[in-house]
Design a protein around this ligand. Structure first.
Ligand SMILES: Nc1ncnc2c1ncn2[C@@H]1O[C@H](COP(=O)(O)OP(=O)(O)O)[C@@H](O)[C@H]1O
Ligand SMILES: [Mg+2]
Length: 256
């Protein structure tokens, strides 16, 4: 079998606090494989965003190692719940920005951004300002801005957490279709059980205090998947199984 894209060993993270250090992550051991879609589910405040920021290379872990298949050259991009668009840039300028930062020619960057505008269904809105976009549209921009970088690792931190239920379902179907084209490795934090089962190849269950991956569930549904999968008995059985596993982890850590 191919070596994992990324291997996390004994990773821990502590933040200094007034009453001693806050131990946020401890003993994280995890492999991410090339082209897999992994979801991370766990309680609020358990360190999921901290783990993603470490994997995005914006935060140094206190201890532990992250080994990469191709040394240090792993291209990564991260998408946050609150979009983080630049308000003084239009849709197309926001999407083109990473390429321009990397030194690409402006016309070439805008051309490629234009293609992404279409791919994420924002045709006609390329010159709009972020303040005029709905949440779903803003998140489409943020996803396009991440994918234009052709990341080998795409980190999604509750990307649909701020959206209403219907928009959220629509967005997860769109993300699934886009991902089936680009097929990059994804680690996505979500609180939605059905979203995780629909999208993921593997679901990692996180415990609290300190944060740690304690269980995982493989999702063997064939690809390409469609929204109809949610209407099948197998889907319902899998969501039930996942819910039970999450409950068990919750009760286990509460009584520990
Ligand atoms: N830069 C920081 N300094 C101090 N504490 C932090 C910092 N970032 C996160 N924390 C704390 O770490 C814990 C985990 O946060 P976070 O990773 O955001 O959790 P989650 O994403 O699972 O909700 C929280 O208690 C949070 O307050
Ligand atoms: Mg978070």
């Amino acid at each position: 079998m191919e070596a994992p894209l990324l291997t996390i060993r004994d990773l821990s993270m502590r933040f200094p606090a007034d009453d001693g250090d806050l131990e946020v992550l401890d003993g994280i051991n995890l492999e991410l494989h090339a082209h897999e879609f992994a979801c991370l589910i766990g309680p609020s405040g358990s360190g999921k965003s901290t783990l993603l920021r470490i994997l995005a290379n914006v935060l140094e872990p206190t201890s532990g190692t992250i080994e990469m298949q191709n040394e240090d050259s792993l291209k990564r991009a991260i998408v946050f719940q609150n979009y983080n668009l630049l308000p003084w840039y239009t849709v197309i300028q926001n999407i083109a920005l990473p390429l321009q930062i990397q030194g690409a020619d402006k016309t070439a960057a805008l051309n490629e951004a234009g293609a992404w505008v279409e791919k994420v269904g924002l045709g006609g809105f390329e010159n709009e300002w972020p303040k005029n976009l709905s949440g779903g549209m803003a998140q489409r921009v943020a996803i396009a801005r991440a994918l234009i970088q052709k990341p080998e690792l795409l980190l999604l931190d509750e990307p649909f957490g701020a959206l209403d239920a219907l928009t959220r379902e629509q967005m997860s179907l769109e993300l699934m279709a886009t991902w089936e084209e680009v097929h990059t490795t994804v680690l996505m934090v979500t609180h939605s059980i059905s979203e995780a089962v629909l999208l993921a190849d593997r679901i990692l269950i996180f415990q609290d205090r300190p944060g740690k991956v304690v269980e995982q569930l493989d999702i063997p549904f064939e690809r390409p998947r469609t929204g109809q999968l949610r209407d099948t008995l197998e889907f319902t059985q899998t969501t039930r199984r996942l819910r039970e596993m999450i409950e068990k982890v919750k009760n286990g850590s509460a009584s520990a």
